[in-house]
Design a protein around this ligand. Structure first.
Ligand SMILES: NC(=O)c1ccc[n+]([C@@H]2O[C@H](COP(=O)([O-])OP(=O)(O)OC[C@H]3O[C@@H](n4cnc5c(N)ncnc54)[C@H](OP(=O)(O)O)[C@@H]3O)[C@@H](O)[C@H]2O)c1
Length: 240
């Protein structure tokens, strides 16, 4: 059945593929982004999906942004917390700014985005909350203590929130992508990326669409019995 979906970071990379796939599945979709107006305008022109700009690390901005989306297209039934960043570096050299930026965008954002929609979902007895965590939140990754901590935190958030809301028709799940061919991965040094691909049994990077189809399933009525779970989509790179 057609629902209203909001995808954070929904204008580029994995998020863009999720926005498009949810639209193709028949949902009304809104995509948020942080600051890349050019990419967002191009995405909106190509897909017809409306875009909204705010920082998911800012609670008041999230509340205001969600209110605007809900006024424009209706109450949010499906929330995809996808927006995320990396600020890599070894921990013994990591600055407080690198730490805080990653925790704020990848973990605080879950409170900021989910808190304003959860009461409405509970009142309507339906909700789908999907968090894009990471393989590196499960296995840890050198150079990413901040990111691994935030992404592991995402998984704890999902497990606890799922228990609180299972009796209200709300499911809460995490997807842990492996390495997917997006701008985030393109920013890695070439040699490091080669080493990563060599360690993926499927022998290639994942495609954003391969994450998006998992989201479509979890958002659907058929996904109703899956909650509090972590779905790894990583080409066999890590089997938790
Ligand atoms: N790519 C991978 O291999 C991989 C693997 C595992 C997990 N993930 C996770 O998957 C998610 C998407 O990754 P991606 O590779 O698609 O990233 P990406 O290509 O860098 O796109 C990130 C998206 O998030 C938005 N964003 C970033 N910071 C934001 C903020 N503070 N407020 C609102 N929006 C913000 C960006 O907006 P702008 O366009 O305005 O910058 C953009 O739309 C992230 O959570 C990432 O950690 C990625």
């Amino acid at each position: 059945m057609s629902k209203v979906a909001l995808v954070t970071g929904g204008t580029r990379g994995i998020g863009a593929a999720i926005s498009k796939a949810l639209k193709e599945a028949g949902h009304k979709v809104a995509a948020s982004y942080a600051g890349n107006d050019e990419a967002a305008a191009k995405f909106q022109a190509e897909t017809g999906i409306p875009v909204y700009k705010w920082d998911v690390g800012d609670y008041d901005a999230c509340a205001a942004g969600i209110a605007k989306v809900e006024a424009d297209i209706g109450p949010v039934d499906i929330l995809v917390n996808n927006a995320g960043i990396t600020r890599d570096g070894f921990f013994h050299k990591m600055t407080k700014d690198q730490w805080s930026a990653v925790i704020r965008t990848n973990l605080d954002s879950l409170f900021n985005m989910t808190r304003p929609v959860i009461e409405g979902m509970r009142a309507r007895n339906f909700g789908r909350i999907i968090v894009i965590s990471s393989i590196n939140g499960q296995k840890g990754q050198m150079g990413q203590v901040n990111y691994s901590a935030a992404k592991a935190g995402d998984i704890g958030f999902v497990k606890a929130l799922a228990q609180e809301n299972a009796n209200k028709g709300i499911t809460v799940n995490a997807i842990t992508p492996g390495y997917i061919g997006t701008d985030m991965v393109a920013a890695m040094p070439e040699e490091a990326l080669k080493r990563v691909v060599a360690g993926i049994p499927v022998g290639r990077l994942g495609k954003p669409e391969e994450i998006a189809q998992m989201v479509v399933f979890l958002a659907s009525d058929n996904g109703a019995f899956a909650t509090g779970a972590t779905f790894a989509v990583n080409g066999g790179q890590y089997m938790a």
